[in-house]
Ligand binder design. Structure first.
Ligand code: FAD
Length: 378
């Protein structure tokens, strides 16, 4: 019987397109030649391997993805005279889904005459919900325990990927279509904001696998242009199966800072407040309250399904010459994202783990795993 963590890790890898996980690398084609001989699918730059070593580690960070196996919650309910609109539980895909899920949340207000809202939370969901409300003419106040830079949203890796928002073996068909809808809206919104201003850019993503990729077209393939499977003589990775596509990288610190500025410029106000119980909402001035509290929604609203999925990232100095991302390439979850602020290694998704400390063994695993992945670059 597979544990929930094992099943989730397998689903994450599957939805990332990394295929099944196998430790043995016996089927690998050894790439001893220089990576300079391979051309790139999209970029015109040469291949450059990231400089990965324990000495280069500048920081290790931990965040708790607000994970619900059956998927995120967007719905409204009455609490005395107030309308509460929920928008929480996006697991490992909150940056990705932000605009889409928040558009669904704002849609819950259709037909209302009110134009004044409280938004609880200033992570990516609180900020995108607030901005969409402001665009529709609402007066918005954000009430939050933590400002954006102290949220889980600011810990995210930032790859635009729908993976790990839910457990496909648990979530309903209705949720899956809601997810597809939110992904489509979010994709449009993020592409509209592309550029350094919002910290969003397109980049090559290489999925590395020890097993053939699933031949069935994925539901989100159309959102990843240039998707191509490469032959062993077309890439420098020491991995038997490699698939390239283009994806967006959303740099969380830049994105959140810019959303916060936009919120202020549109007249939004902030109140720092830690709500202990949902009964406190009844006494608020605003008639409509958006619950964008991520993991905090569990305690506030008695949602027993939401649980942390602990993620650890290892930061190294940024390297602009590394202009691509990798996912996969080992017996466990591994990824390397090159951002303008850091080059990061990731690869943990520990469901139910509330601990907040970085684990040295995970750092060592991520560093060694990526050293092996890039050892064939020559
Ligand atoms: C290691 C890691 C890597 C990730 N990588 C990616 C990725 O590559 N791509 C991607 O799309 N997503 C990624 N994610 C997931 C993403 O970070 C989350 O899905 C997203 O941040 C959730 O946003 P949120 O606004 O719902 O929650 P949060 O960012 O947690 O914000 C919640 C807000 O609610 C407030 N709050 C909570 N409780 C209360 C209370 N009682 N009273 C007042 N305020 C309260 C908090 O202060 C905070 O402001 C990653 C996450 C982690 C940890």
């Amino acid at each position: 019987m597979r544990t929930r963590n094992q099943r989730q890790r397998r689903n994450v890898l599957k939805s990332l397109g990394a295929g099944a996980t196998v430790a043995a690398m016996s089927g690998c084609t050894a790439m001893s030649s220089s990576s300079g001989r391979y051309s790139r699918q999209y970029s015109r730059n040469p291949w450059v391997a990231p400089r990965i070593s324990m000495e280069n580690v500048i920081r290790e960070v931990v965040g708790h993805r607000p994970y619900r196996p059956s998927g995120f919650v967007v719905r409204s309910e009455k609490l005395d005279a107030k309308t509460i609109v929920h928008n929480y539980g996006h697991g490992g895909a909150g940056i990705t889904l932000s605009w889409g899920s928040s558009a669904l949340a704002v849609r819950e207000t259709l037909g209302m005459e009110h134009r004044e809202a409280a938004v609880i939370g200033s992570g990516v969901m609180g900020l995108t919900t607030s901005r969409l409300l402001q665009d529709a003419g609402w007066k918005v106040t954000i009430y939050t325990r933590d400002m954006a830079r102290h949220t889980t949203s600011n810990v995210a890796g930032g790859e635009w990927g729908v993976a790990s928002a839910h457990d496909p073996e648990v979530s309903s068909p209705a949720f899956k279509s809601q997810l597809a809808f939110a992904a489509r809206i979010a994709h449009h919104a993020h592409t509209n904001l592309g550029g350094a201003d919002y910290g969003i850019h397109w980049t090559e993503l290489y999925n590395l696998s020890d097993r053939p990729f699933d031949a069935t077209p994925g539901s989100y393939d159309h959102l990843y242009p240039y998707q191509t499977e490469l032959q062993p003589d077309e890439h420098p990775f020491d991995s038997p199966y490699v698939r390239v596509s283009l994806t967006m990288m959303v740099e969380p610190a830049t994105f959140l800072r810019r959303l916060t500025e936009d919120f202020h410029q549109a007249g939004g106000a902030y109140v720092v407040r830690d709500f202990k119980d949902k009964s406190e909402f009844v006494a608020m001035d605003e008639p409509v309250i958006f619950n964008c509290t991520g993991l905090g929604a569990g305690k506030l609203f008695g949602d027993t399904e939401i649980t942390p999925a602990k993620g650890q990232l290892v930061y190294m100095p940024p390297d602009p010459a590394v202009d691509y991302l990798t996912i996969g390439g080992g017996s466990d979850l591994l990824y390397m994202f090159s951002r303008s602020d850091v080059l990061l290694l990731g690869g943990t998704f520990k469901v139910g783990d509330y601990s907040t400390h970085p684990e040295p063994a995970e750092t060592a695993r991520m560093v060694a795993g990526h050293q092996r992945i890039f050892s064939s670059f020559g």
